[in-house]
Structure formats: structure tokens, C-alpha cells
Design a protein around this ligand. Structure first.
Ligand code: ZN
Length: 276
């Protein structure tokens, strides 16, 4: 069994936690593998290198894109390198500068953001990575949109059920899960962790098997396993996991403010977000 958290943002972009805090918290939550995917940058891994160099952890790194971190107690945490790419054209009428968002996981080498969507997908695959459509139906926050998703379905390894799509946005996950079941498309619960209190509080993936060998190759083999089968993913459990409880406990106004300020959107109507 392995517990995985994906789609994690650090404070180098619009997340709340420093890279070192993300590692600490991942150990606290007993995670086995985390995937850091900042927007359009991989600077988090430079910070990780510095943090690990100065830490007491035993670290095994490889020339490829992942690092293996062991705590003094022998607990192992694997950190997989990723990036959330902004690509174009945008599908959003309201926030065209948001582009379309793709997660590239475990690729080797350098890939540039702000390029066209299909070539970026191709680059991630050619460099050995996994391509995930991030919050694909949530077009105002960078989803590729339903038309693109279905038209180019085979290019995506995974569709993401997204941790931001709770509360007023839950219909994006509901519709996506329905589509995934219809088209038999593997799905991935991505936390999209940004807010301090919500890191790793839900939208985690539990696999039946333990991580063996190269973590990225292992992940690829898992994609067709039952853990990623949309038939086995229950939205109720995802939606009403701790994350949405915490969202509701924090109160709608707080979350509205955090969401809007985080994404730099001042005008709710302009952003097409309807809050009652
Ligand atoms: Zn994200």
C-alpha cells in the first residue's frame, strides 16, 4: 500500500508552505510519495536540494527526476518532480491569461511553459513524464475544457479530480467522474494544495501495491490498476473528506477571499464565479 499526494504548490508560487514545511508535513501525514507541481517553475527542487543538504536526512537522489528521502527513523518519503504548465490557447473567456493547465510528472530535463498545449503534452511524454489534465472542466482556472479533453483524450494519461473543486465548484468533479466512467479514463485525485491548513487533508491516493523500483515507472504501471479506475473512485468520499469539512469550517467568506486573492481576481462577476 502507498499513500500519495499530488499537485502540491509551494510558496515559491501561490502556495502557503515552504518546500521544507511540505516535506515535514508529508512525514507527519505518513505519506509515501508526494508530487510537487508549482506553476511554470521547478525552483522548488533547487530549494529541496538546499534543504536536504542541510538536513539530517539520508538522501538518495538519482540523475532522473525524483529524490528519495529517508528520515532518521527510517521512514521513507519519495518526492517526484513535477510542474503545472500554463499552455495556450486558453479556454477561458474570463481569464485568458490563465491559459490551460497541464501537470507534467516525473519528466526528465527542461520543458518550457507558455507554449501551445499539444506540443507541451508531447514534450512531457518524450521526456518520460506522465501527463495529467489538471482540473480539466474548471476552465476559468486553467482547465483545458471538455471539448479538448474528449478530442485529445488519448494524449492524457490521467484526468484529475481536483481538490479545489469542492463546495461551490464540486459540479466540476461530478461531471468529470461521470465522463471518466463513460470513457473508461483513469482518474487521479490531485489535492491542488495551496492553503496552509489544507495541505494533505484529503484528495490523497491509496494504492494496493507498495512502491518498487523507479517511482515514476511504478506510477506509470499503476495507472491501469484499480486505484485509478473511475469506477472505484467515490466522489462522496473525496468531497466530504477532511478538506471539504475544513473548507466549510473556515467559512465561505474566508475561502472566497482566499481563493480570489490567491488567484489575483478582484472582480467576482468578471471571473464568472457565482457566490451566493
Ligand atoms: Zn495547481
Amino acid at each position: 500500500m502507498a499513500l500519495i499526494a499530488s499537485h502540491i504548490h509551494s510558496n515559491l508560487v501561490d502556495g502557503a508552505l515552504r518546500v521544507s514545511q511540505i516535506i515535514e508535513r508529508a512525514f507527519q501525514h505518513g505519506l509515501d510519495l508526494i508530487i510537487i507541481t508549482d506553476h511554470d517553475t521547478t525552483k522548488a527542487f533547487d530549494q529541496l536540494d538546499i534543504f536536504l543538504f542541510n538536513s539530517g536526512f539520508i538522501v538518495e537522489t538519482t540523475k532522473s527526476t525524483y529524490k528519495i528521502v529517508k528520515s532518521k527513523q527510517g521512514k521513507k518519503l519519495i518526492v517526484v518532480k513535477g510542474c503545472e504548465f500554463t499552455t495556450f490557447p486558453s479556454t477561458s473567456k474570463h481569464n485568458p491569461e490563465w491559459g490551460a493547465h497541464l501537470l507534467g510528472i516525473g519528466y526528465k530535463g527542461k520543458i518550457y511553459s507558455f507554449e501551445a498545449t499539444l506540443p507541451t503534452i508531447k514534450a512531457i511524454k518524450e521526456k518520460g513524464g506522465i501527463v495529467v489534465a489538471a482540473h480539466p472542466l474548471f476552465t476559468d482556472f486553467g482547465g483545458v475544457g471538455k471539448d479538448f479533453l474528449l478530442r485529445y483524450s488519448k494524449y492524457f494519461d490521467l484526468w484529475e479530480l481536483n481538490g479545489m473543486c469542492v463546495g461551490p465548484f464540486r459540479h466540476y468533479n461530478e461531471e468529470l467522474l461521470e465522463l471518466a466512467r463513460r470513457y473508461k479514463k483513469p482518474c487521479f485525485p490531485g489535492g491542488d494544495f495551496h492553503f496552509e491548513l489544507l495541505y494533505f487533508e484529503g484528495f490523497l491516493l491509496e494504492t494496493d501495491t507498495e512502491i518498487r523500483g523507479n517511482p515514476v515507472e511504478w506510477l506509470k504501471r499503476q495507472i491501469n490498476s484499480s486505484a485509478f479506475n473511475p469506477k472505484n473512485l467515490k466522489l462522496e468520499e473525496l468531497e466530504y473528506s477532511n478538506i471539504s469539512k475544513m473548507v466549510f469550517n473556515l467559512g465561505k467568506n474566508y475561502i472566497t477571499f482566499k481563493l480570489l486573492s490567491q488567484f489575483g481576481i478582484r472582480n467576482k462577476k468578471k471571473a464568472g464565479i457565482v457566490w451566493d
